[in-house]
Design a protein. Structure first.
Length: 86
């Protein structure tokens, strides 16, 4: 919970860091997301969240559902967006 009423000086203002990830969720990256995001709390004790912008290619929807069930936001990165492969 953020207490904006106590935000009278820079020292007491809440700090926000927004983290997003994009492209496919699959067995190649889910372990990294589990390790760095699961059970991570903000200073106030609230769970730290992130938004995943998912595209269709290379996405495992069972793993997307796992992220959603763990409280992360799932957003659309288009169904046709393709990962840059060079
Ligand atoms: Zn992308």
């Amino acid at each position: 919970m953020v207490h904006f009423k106590s935000c009278r000086t820079l020292k007491t203002c809440p700090e926000f860091v927004l983290i997003t990830f994009d492209d496919g969720i699959n067995v190649l990256n889910i372990e990294t997301y589990r390790r760095i995001l699961y059970n991570r709390l903000n200073k106030d004790g609230c769970p730290a969240g992130t938004t995943f912008f998912i595209n269709h290619e290379y996405t495992n929807y069972q793993l997307v559902n796992e992220l959603y069930n763990n409280g992360f936001e799932i957003a659309l990165h288009s169904i046709s967006h393709q990962t840059n492969q060079q």
